[in-house]
Write a protein that binds this ligand. Sequence first.
Ligand code: NAP
Length: 478
Amino acid sequence: MRFAILGAGMAGILSAIKLRAAGYDDFTVYEKADRVGGTWRENTYPGLACDVPSHLYSYAFEPNPDWSHRFSPGPEILAYFQGVADRHGVTPRVRFGAEVVRAEFTDGRWRLATKDGQRDEVDVVIAATGVLHHPKLPDIEGLDRFAGACFHSARWDHSVKLDGARIGIVGTGSTAVQIVSAIVDRVARLSLFQRTAQWIMPQENPAYSDAERAGFRADPDSMRRAYAEIADLFHAFSTGLVDADSPQMQMIETACRANLEQNVRDPVLREKLRPTYRAACKRLVMSPNFYDAIQRPNAEVVTEGIERVEPEGVRTRDGRLHALDVLVLATGFRVDRFVRPIEVVGRDGKRLDDVWSARPSAYLSISIPGFPNFFLLNGPNGPVGNFSLIEVAELQLGYVLGLVEELRSGRCREISPSEETTTRFEAERTEAARHTIWGSGCRSWYLDDRGVPMSWPWTFDRFREEMSAPKLEAFERR
Ligand code: NAP
């Protein structure tokens, strides 16, 4: 069987390694960029880090004794993925600069076309195209007339001088919080344009000592134990998120509230920074030092709405002009795209864009009725929360390999979930999602067009159990 893997980020590298380990060596990884690394290649903003502990944000089969911090910085994470891809011989299997623009299922195979006219025919497609990938630019009048430098956080322009400059940042998500802490001491003025305040979970980030790293190296089992311990903690935490009244949620709320009360001195600023919704309703932001940073004399939280952008800066609705040299749009991502804009055409000419015209969905976030032998990793409505998407992708890939085994064994040539199963699954998921903390009343990227959280709404244990083996009766096999 021949496979195409779309994307050479975390999940694409994983797919290549696991396919080969399972004995499937005929595959190509298609990557539109010129290097592996996905989101860690694209995001290079100052302060970039992962707020999942590094020993958990690692492939289970590739523990890394050399992580520098409990939450290591972005460049280190990118180097880790590049190293794994090189060591496992994935890099030479990637066709770089090859953007797949179309995938069509005809006569039992997927026919792929790239932008530069390459063609391929494969039996199975694994779409490892990421979630937080397409920048969402705000619809603010005059953005194109700004005279200074303006860019999205995932398109950081490193030629722009920050030292001594007047910087504006739009947004208060995980990205903006990391940028603020990283640059506030370098810039002349920092204006944070806040539409909605965020709860901030205080989270220390100690460095691993040389002795600790040597210990991990000498005793790989200690890393596995660290992985298991952190994974247990995160799973307990995620179980808390799906039950808005759980003890874990109360603990998170107490910690966030105490952080705000104890660490923001000025009562006016404290009220500006106080959210009006429950902690973890939006994606919980973790930071050891955001409140310190935003209380620097050169920093300001601007809560007045943005009226427009002018050549000199941002004009807020109170008529004030915030003069700026640089404007950073930390405004998030278009999270409803997944494999799109690739034009995916399934059985009988069924177009994915039509199937997903209201909103994306997939059975167990992996597979779509009418799109046989086409599987998504970190697809629609999968587990999000604050845990490791690597762990999620590893479990999903195990499930995909279970489906592929049906093809390999010759028991069928085409496999995709039935409409009925998928509709039932989606109805149950939607109903459960309404009762999670993410549906407790706030605006966030977790919500779909109906305001329903786009997430796995059950416990992580249930996810793991579901991923342990496909329930074949849910699938149509031809
Ligand atoms: P985000 O969480 O979607 O936040 C976007 C921010 O931009 C929000 O504060 C939003 O305000 C604001 N915004 C959007 N449009 C606006 C407009 N027109 N005017 C004013 N404000 C506007 O995006 P993100 O911070 O890039 O994070 C996205 C996700 O990436 C995170 O949730 C996380 O999953 C991941 N991430 C993870 C890490 C990590 O450490 N692991 C770091 C960075 C990112 P509202 O709140 O009012 O909508």
